[in-house]
Design a protein around this ligand. Sequence first.
Ligand SMILES: Cc1cc2nc3c(=O)[nH]c(=O)nc-3n(C[C@H](O)[C@H](O)[C@H](O)COP(=O)(O)OP(=O)(O)OC[C@H]3O[C@@H](n4cnc5c(N)ncnc54)[C@H](O)[C@@H]3O)c2cc1C
Length: 359
Amino acid sequence: MPDAFTDHLFDTPSAAESSLAAYTTLRLGGPAGTLTTALHADEAVETVRAASAAGRPVLVLAGGSNVVIGDAGFPGETLLLRTSGIEVVAEDPRSVVARVAAGETWDDFVRYAVTNGWSGVECLSGIPGSAGATPIQNVGAYGQEVAHTIEAVRAYDRIADEIRVMTPVECAFGYRTSVFKHSDRYLVLSVDFRLERSGSSAPIRYAELARSLGGEAGDRVPLALARDTVLKLRAGKGMVLDPEDRDTWSVGSFFTNPVIPEDLFRTLGEMPHWPAGAGPAGESLVKLPAAWLIEQAGFPKGFAGEGVAISGKHTLALTNRGAGTTAALLDLARVIRDGVRARFGVELHPEPVLVNCEF
Ligand SMILES: Cc1cc2nc3c(=O)[nH]c(=O)nc-3n(C[C@H](O)[C@H](O)[C@H](O)COP(=O)(O)OP(=O)(O)OC[C@H]3O[C@@H](n4cnc5c(N)ncnc54)[C@H](O)[C@@H]3O)c2cc1C
C-alpha cells in the first residue's frame, strides 16, 4: 500500500489506488467502488451530481483524518477532494475575510494566516485534514473552534441541486457537530473565515496552553508563539501527523467528551468537569473529560487489541499499530465504551464519521 502521508497529508491523483486505507490517517478501510479525484469545485459538484442521478451513494473524502471506513470498503462513488486556493474576498482596517477552498490543507491555511498577521485560528494549528472539513464537526482545540471565525460556508446542496451560501446560524454549529455531520446532503466547496488583523493571538482560553506560555487565561501572545506552542503541545500527545510514529495513526480523539445533565453528574462523585451551558429544557449541563473516564475505568495508554491500541501518548486516540483492521479497532472501542459505562454509567460516543461499519 503506498503511504499517502510521507511528504504531505494529501496524495496526488497519480497515486490513486483502490484501497481506501491509503487515504485515511488510520490506514484502515477496504476497497473503493469508484474513486474520482476533483481538483476543481465544478468537477466535485459534477461528480456528486452524476452519482445522485445514478442513485449511487457518495463518500466525500478529503484528508481522511476523521473517518473510520469498514474493512469491506465503500461500494459507491468516493470523491477525493483536492481543490486548493486561499483568496481575500473582503477587508477593512480591522479584519480580513479569507475564502479557503475546501480541499486546501487546513494547517497550510493556519500557517498562512499566522504569517500574514491574521488572528483567530492560531490555536487550531497542527490539526490534520482539509479546510472544507472543519465546519463538518466544528473543529476545535486549545480553546478555539472554527465556529468562532466562520462567516459563511459555500456548499452544493444535493437535494435542491444548487450551490448555497450558508450563514453560521444555518450551519448549526455545536460541540464537534453541525448540520453537515452525519449527512450527505451538502458538499462543502469553500469556507469564509473572518480573521482579525493583529499580530497577537485571540485571548488564550485554555489553561494548559496559558501555562505553557507562562501566562494565564485571557492573555494575548504573538501569533507565531501561540502556533509554535500549540504545535509542541500537540506533538507531545501524538496529535500531529508523523508517518514514523504509529501513535499518530488515528483519527485524533476517538470519543467526544460526554455532556451530561448536572443532576446526573452530582450522583457520580468527585471528578474533573466543566460547565457546558444549558440543555433543551434549560437544565444545566456538565462536560466530562473522556480521557479521565477511560483511564479510571482501567484502560491505560498502550492498552491493546488485535493490531490496534490506545496511543502511548494520549488516552483518547485509538491507533492502528500497522496490522490492525477496522473490525479490531471498533472491538477495542466497544470494550472501552462498555468499561466506562459499567464503571460510571456514562455513555461514550465516537467523534469520527463511521463509513460502512457500526459501533
Ligand atoms: C492526529 C489527529 C489529530 C486530530 N486533532 C483534532 C483536533 O484537535 N480537533 C478536531 O476537531 N479534530 C481533530 N482531528 C480530526 C480531524 O483532523 C478533523 O475532523 C478534520 O477536520 C477532518 O478533515 P479531513 O479533511 O481529514 O476530513 P475527512 O476525514 O476526509 O472527512 C471527515 C468527514 O467530513 C466529510 N467531509 C470532508 N470534507 C467535506 C466536504 N468538503 N464537504 C462535505 N463533507 C466533507 C466526510 O465525508 C466525512 O464524513 C484530528 C485527527 C487526527 C488524525
